[in-house]
Design a protein around this ligand. Sequence first.
Ligand code: TEU
Ligand code: CA
Length: 564
Amino acid sequence: MTQPWWRTSVVYQVYPRSFADSNGDGIGDLPGLIGRLDHIQALGADVLWVSPFYPSPQADNGYDISDYQGVDPLFGSLDDVDRLIAALHERGMKLVIDVVVNHTSDAHPWFVESRSSRTSAKRDWYWWRPPRPGRVAGEPGAEPTSWTSFFGGPTWEPDEATGEYYLHLFDRRQPDLNWENPDVRAAVHAMLRWWLDRGVDGFRFDVINLVSKQFNADGTGWFFNGPRIHEFVTELHEQVWGTRQLLTVGECPGVTVEEARRFTDPARGEFDMVFQFEHMGVDHGMGGRYDVRPVDWVRMKEVMVRWQEGLADVGWNSLYWCNHDQPRPASRYGAGHTAYREASAKALATVLHLHRGTPYVYQGEELGMVNHPFTSVEQLDDVESRNWSRAALARGMDPAAVLAAVNARSRDHARTPMLWDDSAHAGFTTGTPWLPVHPAYRQINAAAQVGDPDSVFAHYQRLIRLRRELPVVVDGRFELLLPKHPCVYAFTRTLSGGPGQADDELLVVANLSGEPVEVELPGGWEEARVVISSGDPDPSGMPPAHLGVLGPWQAWVRRRHTDG
Ligand code: TEU
Ligand code: CA
């Protein structure tokens, strides 16, 4: 059986609003993206995932869709999508589009019709429920369940015209579709087949494990991996792509390894991989993402290993440190905007890209971009950070602490403009950028890095090339070393050569701290060739006895063949 094409792929994610602006309105767009495909190709990524570009009131920057089969004029036109697909395919690259079908925008014609009356033909396309018995819609506590929205506040919005509530797990302008209704599912399937006919190569499904809800009339229930989730996903697979080989990735907040095995077991016909969130929670306190804690690498390794092992024989991992919802990894886990910024970005990339799974690179990560120094919560655009800040201030939290929390965690860090060069607005736009450009853009930008062998960009290029060249990177068994070490992340990857054949082995070692450290590594690697390295000292010239001596943020990968 031939292996699916995406096993050797590296995906590059673009948030179109923030990538490249072609017409000077300060907002990135599809023609701008098409003009920058050389950058992604030069990096070596072969798949492009583009965040939503569909018509939308932009309440959540396009994750609130009002027409699934169009393009918002802000981003361009359907012709631009066709041009993007053609330009990618010409380069041997593929396109994955973002599918947001847990909810629509409240401006979607389906919802407009649904809310028009209790007897509307599309009433049942969304989750309409009466207030709790004996209560009036709008009264505090009258909500049908006590669920809290991802963006704060209750998940139920009272609707004056009909006296009922509708469900929105995210913003109130993002009403949840009712997947219990077969007409809703059929409409989603038809819409996705239409995109396949246009030539897209895959789908990233937004919060797809929330589409099956268990709602009980007594106000209890849940919505993570609901009772019919696997039935819905299997049906989606059958109805939309069948035996065609795409790249499908389901974003699954709260998913466990056990659930992920079900979602990604090829025999079940669901998804190729999921985005899990466990590793994103390692530096969250009990209060969630804005309860800022330093990353505990021992715990991080525990989580990563559990996923590596859990999906070793069945299923497949996605690998990411960042996306459009997360702060910049060079700030969050690395050295931030200091002398070790680049070394830390390289070390983090080395660790991630040598795990087993499909790596995702988020725009700017390949430059070691860092968090934006916001000086006021007023500068934030993101609905999540704004709602959280407003609620925290209302609770009486110290304004300086609120600012510190959003400066550590806001989704806007990922959304400030891509840094292209040292010209005005970092070459992102000729107009006024919709979010501020990072003040260090003269130092951190693509033009300064592409072609420089010491750059973060070049390091990503080498990591991606290594994956293409060495099957052990794709298929090798993963084994963690030094699990209890607080800052050294070390592991081996092993591909058995079979009878009479040597094993191909990699040893990956990274010091994820700004202090030099010395660790004891397994023997037999002294003569092994260094295939990737970053930071000081140069590992290739080290005397064998010093194998475990690591400089600040130093990382390297060695390769050897041993008889199996
Ligand atoms: O995100 C879903 C999700 O669970 C989170 O990452 C969420 O955005 C938040 O950060 C939790 O604290 C997806 C999209 O990636 C995100 O951009 C959308 O806002 C959201 O769904 C709604 O469509
Ligand atoms: Ca534009």
